[in-house]
Design a protein around this ligand. Structure first.
Ligand code: HEM
Length: 190
């Protein structure tokens, strides 16, 4: 289904979304000043925003925007890997407890694994230039639904993570919930 919002509105959405995610990531990551941990929320909020932007561009359709969708998704995955590495090494170098123990860590790790599979699926199976299964409707639908599942899970992971460093209602529930609801609305409706 073609996008219900125009190309111009998508560019504007992309800009606002990106700026907001940088500010949110910085505010969550610098509660105790700039440190290695800062890169975890910063890169992950920006990556989530980039994935949503990639999905919105895909909705416009056409070869040009499908390629942009793939490139932005690849960039998003690199940021996720950077953000997860930051928290991993932050724990290693600061002699913190062992890895992947909390619900947040388990959700984050699982989402990261699914993300890698989804990117490979896009790159190998349904890439518009060389994907052998690019016209297969079932695989395309599975890609779309898995992508949406990842985005909802990432918003939940941001909220979970934010609660750890900023438990207040406005600084977490509102600051994360409002953009997440807006992103979900655009993703499922537009
Ligand atoms: C999509 C977003 C996110 C994902 C996929 C994610 C993923 C992860 C993963 C995999 C770990 C465990 C690393 C390890 O055990 O070595 C972790 C830990 C952590 N994350 Fe996130 N994270 C996200 C967002 C956030 C945000 C926005 C914050 C806010 C400050 C945050 C705060 C934390 C904290 C404090 C830990 C260490 C405690 C723990 O292991 O639960 N995370 N995250």
């Amino acid at each position: 289904m073609p996008s219900k919002i125009s190309e111009k509105a998508t560019h504007a959405f992309a800009l606002v979304s990106l700026v907001y995610s940088v500010l949110l990531g910085l505010s969550l990551g610098t509660k105790k000043g700039w440190r290695l941990f800062t890169y975890h929320p910063l890169l992950l909020t920006v990556a989530t925003s980039i994935f949503v932007i990639a999905a919105m561009y895909k909705k416009i359709g056409g070869l040009q925007y499908t390629r942009l969708h793939g490139n932005l998704s690849f960039l998003g995955l690199c940021l996720v890997l950077g953000g997860v590495s930051a928290i991993y090494y932050n724990k290693e170098w600061n002699a913190h407890s062992s890895h992947f123990e909390s619900n947040h860590a388990l959700l984050g790790g699982s989402v990261l694994s699914i993300m890698c599979i989804l990117l490979l699926n896009g790159l190998i199976a349904i890439h518009p230039d060389w994907g052998k299964l690019k016209t297969n409707k079932t695989i395309r639908l599975a890609h779309k639904m898995t992508g949406r599942f990842i985005l909802v899970s990432m918003c939940f992971a941001i909220w979970q993570g934010a609660k750890k460093v900023a438990p207040g209602f406005y600084e977490t529930d509102v600051a994360v919930g409002v953009p997440a609801a807006f992103w979900a609305f655009l993703l499922f409706w537009a």
